[in-house]
Design a protein around this ligand. Sequence first.
Ligand code: IMP
Length: 424
Amino acid sequence: MGAIILVGTQWGDEGKGKATDLLADDVDYVVRYQGGNNAGHTIIVGDVTLKLHLVPSGVMYDSVTPVIGDGVVLDPGVLLTELDELVEKGLDVSDLKISGNAHLIMPYHRELDAVTERYLGRQRLGTTKRGIGPTYADKAARVGLRVQDLYDMKIFRQKLDAVLKEKNAVLSRVYNRLPMKGADIETEYAVYAERLRPYIADTVTLLHDALERGKTILLEGAQGTLLDLDHGTYPFVTSSNPVAGGALTGAGLGPKDVDQVIGVTKAYVTRVGTGPFPTELHGAEGDRLIDLGGEFGVTTGRRRRVGWFDAVLARYAARVNGLTEHFLTKLDVLGDFDTVKLCRAYRYQGDEYDHFPPHQSIFHHAEPVYEEHPGWRTDLSQVTRYADLPKQAQAYVDRLEELSGVPIRWVSVGPARVQTLDRE
Ligand code: IMP
């Protein structure tokens, strides 16, 4: 037993919550390793639907210890509200472990996220405005505050005052906003500190000890490969590393600890926020796919952009994550189309690219080279065995597998756990 990494292979919202739910019976720890409350995971167990933003999905299961790792950025007020809501729904959250190395999202991070987006105007990224980018920027600039700073308020205040000087100058002089008071922030965060105290743990030691005891750890990615700061469609990305490499740095594990890397891949593609999207569908066909797939953001409620499956991206994700298998989601959503398209390559200025283009301009202007496959025009939601899928649906899955170069182990045909077909 070792670690399993679960990553999104597209621009997020691939259905990672559903995949985690399926694996949860066989794992002992579920670790969030990057991102913050920009994420939104929907999990349906029985008749309970949970929408989680920061708490790892493992919180749903008594046998699983949920862990917030070093690479996460944590908004303490948001986390505590989420925990309160979970307790109200009857869940026991007392097992949660939080790394003291996780960085704190501060009020000025949220404010800066909002005002810089406004300032960018047409160049804006369409962020979730949760303060994610500014918090990671401060981490890299080494002026961030970490969860452990909450437990030495003298140091907390010293660091806060030092950084606030610069933040207030920017907020007031550049963006014409009111400066923030260190004392107010200290008072607010001191309350959070006390409430969070029972959850703080040395998560790196905890996870390594668990591996030594033969336990299984699921490293649960948020967002997706194309939103990765290094490997995504920069600058239209998030500020962390959702890819499998980020799982290791974000949790404090090494490559040898990992047994499996599962890519969660939707049978079509969606994206929220701005940025290039070669297979994007506009007009009635796109609207239909949005409605059929219920493609609205869990965190912001924003309408997602949708498009046909992009095998160039799937192949790229397979490589940069070292995928061992795919978990294909939402195949049922395509059951209403006469023909189903998939993009096998891009065309740009007469050349064909079957790998992710090396320059952003090519990607921005890439024209999809489509294959058209006959639709199956059948409701798949009741199918319980892969062999019972219509042959057109099986042919589509086979082709996705062939083009992406990695086996598709699971196929999901609905939101419930039972609506998952295991091909093994
Ligand atoms: P940020 O992560 O809030 O800085 O937003 C940067 C980009 O990532 C924006 O385009 C967001 O819409 C996108 N993004 C962030 N989190 C998610 C997610 O969980 N699903 C899909 N897109 C996301």
